[in-house]
Design a binder for this molecule. Structure first.
Ligand code: VG1
Ligand code: CO
Length: 543
């Protein structure tokens, strides 16, 4: 077996977005496309002589990509690779393994909640040795290298068998095929009260389903919920990971996890429903006829963290991404801990977690997590909720409405306009940027603008600055409109409009969300000229 140097030329646009490089499978299948990006990782990160973790969400092209990465890792002097059996590792499990075995980092193959298949999406990202997504300084360096790359290194070798546990060698490198679930399941068992949850499952008065959406969490959920916690077989639905997610859209929201949502409604409704996404880092939490907004979920977990074994000492602080509702801020204030507002994307939480400034963090996009790993973590959030349900013995709806009574309710919604023309989307944002300086003090409908800016973040730990992170329009009384363009799509542009309104009065906490927010939604549409600029009257997805 010999390492070969292969000449290549740069591809345009290998710039990682909110979470790694995401493109159509067909783009990744072009000769040298994947190789260039992977070599750019090896050329900029000191991985020679170190251990690397490799795995993905099992989507189409996962196995081929892993074989290529293994041969390139060997040629680039990596000493050992830990790869999940079958090429499977959920994103949070990869983070757990990177940390637990003190490795040099990991390469995760995933396009998360985007559909999979020959005509759908693929993605790749690099996680640093702390376990989290590479910060912008690193992704920028990788991107820069893809612009000048002229060769890559690869070993000539036959494909390895990734379906059997054990070690083998590839040139001078050791490949260790590991159980993708065990380390992660052990960590969950340390954090949560498995006895209490076991008891809840066997109380005879609790029914739940977890929808793995034919994505990566199936094996994790079966092991943890059914095997270790004694939930009845069949609790995990769609538990078999499929390369195309069963033609589904592995996005755990009210639209795409519709079957699960139906099971939580009506006369025989489940007590609890939960789902995760393609790579296992997102979560959706449902009660009987009840949907928990991810922003509320973060606030509620923060307020109740002391009830779980892993967080019984309390939390150091909390962080939320900028578009996430301010519900968590109120809890942080009540607890007397720090609260941070970061740009969208998990990479911005890493420094705060490493520095011990925060324990919990979350995003409105169904992402919640803590310092146990450096990624958001879907099953972790589900277990956290189960632990609370087991200890508090209230329903999901009771826990949430009680929280609102104590802290007030942040009515919240996100409207997505998907696949719009990229030029039109940029024009819309440019137009808003021009309006911003004149907005403060102005009345828009019944709302008076308190501040308006394009969000810029200075990392409190390393001082790095991220600018142009989204348009923020704040109103007197705490309501907000936020608008930004997605950084994870692979076709056209997606405009995300986030609307938030605070309601302290408990008598006004049971309005339908879209109704409560209708006046502010109208303000946002008119201000941004959404219909005129995009041709869309209504959003594609409302969450
Ligand atoms: C979206 C979400 C963001 C999340 C990102 C990655 O990004 O809004 O909150 O961190 O996806 O999540 P964007 O740029 O499309 O808004 V995942 O589960 O796709 O890795
Ligand atoms: Co994801």
């Amino acid at each position: 077996m010999q390492a070969r140097q292969v000449g290549t030329t740069p591809f345009e646009g290998q710039k990682p977005g909110t979470s790694g490089l995401r493109k159509k499978v067909k783009v990744f299948q072009q000769p040298n496309y994947l190789e260039n990006f992977v070599q750019a990782i090896f050329d900029t990160q000191a991985l020679a002589g170190r251990t690397l973790v490799v795995g993905g969400d099992g989507r189409y092209y996962n196995r081929e990509a892993i074989q290529t990465i293994l041969r390139m890792a060997a040629a680039n002097g990596v000493s050992k690779v830990l790869v999940g059996r079958g090429g499977i590792l959920s994103t949070p499990a990869a983070s757990c393994i990177i940390r637990k075995y003190k490795t040099g980092g990991g390469i995760i193959l995933s396009a998360s909640h985007n559909p999979g298949g020959p005509d759908e999406d693929f993605g790749i990202k690099f996680n640093i040795d702390a376990g989290g997504p590479a910060p912008e300084s690193v992704t920028n360096a990788i991107y820069e290298r893809t612009g000048t790359i002229d060769r890559y290194l690869i070993l000539d070798a036959d494909p390895l068998d990734l379906d059997a546990l054990g070690e083998c060698s590839l040139g001078d490198m050791t490949v260790s095929v590991i159980d993708p679930v065990a380390d992660y399941a052990d960590l969950m068992q340390e954090l949560f009260d498995f006895d209490a949850i076991h008891h809840l499952f066997n109380s005879g008065s609790f029914q739940m389903r977890f929808d793995a959406m034919h994505a990566v969490t199936g094996p994790y959920a079966v092991e943890i919920l059914e095997n270790r916690l004694g939930a009845e077989p069949g609790t995990v639905m769609n538990g078999e990971p499929l390369e195309d997610f069963g033609h589904g859209h592995p996005d755990p929201n009210l639209v795409h996890a519709h079957d699960l949502v139906e099971l939580t409604r009506g006369a025989h409704a489940l007590d609890f429903g939960a789902a995760s996404d393609g790579d296992g880092d997102r979560n959706m939490i449902l009660g009987k006829d009840f949907f928990v907004t991810p922003s509320d979920s973060l606030a509620i977990l923060a307020a109740n963290a002391h009830l779980t074994p892993g967080y019984k000492a309390g939390i150091a602080g909390v962080a939320r991404s900028m578009p996430t509702s301010q519900a968590a801020d109120r809890v942080a204030e009540a607890l007397g801990v720090e609260c941070f507002e970061t740009p969208t994307g998990w990479k911005f939480f890493g420094n705060l977690l490493d520095a011990g400034r925060i324990t919990l963090c979350g995003e409105e996009s169904f992402g919640t997590g803590s310092d146990h790993v450096r990624e958001k973590d879907g099953l972790w959030a589900v277990l956290f909720w189960l632990n609370l349900l087991a200890v508090r013995r209230h329903s999901v709806a009771e826990i949430v409405t009680e929280h609102w009574r104590g802290f007030g309710r942040n009515y919240y919604t996100r409207h997505d306009y998907e696949g719009i023309d990229s030029k039109a989307a940029e024009g819309l944002v440019d137009h808003l940027r021009i309006l911003l300086p004149d907005l403060p003090g102005k009345r828009l409908g019944a709302f008076t603008v308190a501040y308006a800016d394009d969000f810029s973040y200075t990392d409190p730990v390393d001082g790095s600055v991220a600018s142009n992170q989204g348009i923020r329009i704040g109103f007197e009384g705490g309501s907000r409109i936020v608008m930004r363009l997605s950084g994870t799509g692979t076709q056209g542009a997606t405009l995300r409009v986030y609307i938030e309104q605070y309601e302290p009065d408990a008598d006004k906490h049971d309005q339908p969300v879209q109704e409560a927010l209708a006046p502010l939604i109208l303000v946002a549409r008119e201000l941004a000229q959404i219909e005129a600029r995009t041709g869309r009257r209504e959003p594609d997805v409302i969450t």
